[in-house]
Write a protein that binds this ligand. Structure first.
Ligand code: SF4
Length: 64
């Protein structure tokens, strides 16, 4: 799995951090998503997929 994010689309809702806090974080100053790792371990894959589904801005893209 490889993840890319589009910070220009992100609306700082924080859904991704709730779903996968080891993979996503938010910038302190404005809440925009920060990707902690683009290649998460397999055990986090379901959480990352959930984050992408929950993201209201469709800012998370996954290549399986
Ligand atoms: S769920 Fe989407 S819009 Fe919300 S912080 Fe994460 S990337 Fe940004």
């Amino acid at each position: 799995m490889r993840i890319t994010i589009d910070q220009d689309k992100c609306v700082a809702s924080g859904q991704c951090v709730t779903a996968a806090m080891d993979v996503f974080d938010q910038r302190d100053e404005d809440g925009i998503v920060v990707l902690l790792t683009s290649t998460p371990p397999a055990e986090l894959a379901d959480d990352v997929r959930q984050a992408a589904i929950l993201c209201p801005a469709l800012a998370i893209h996954i290549e399986e």
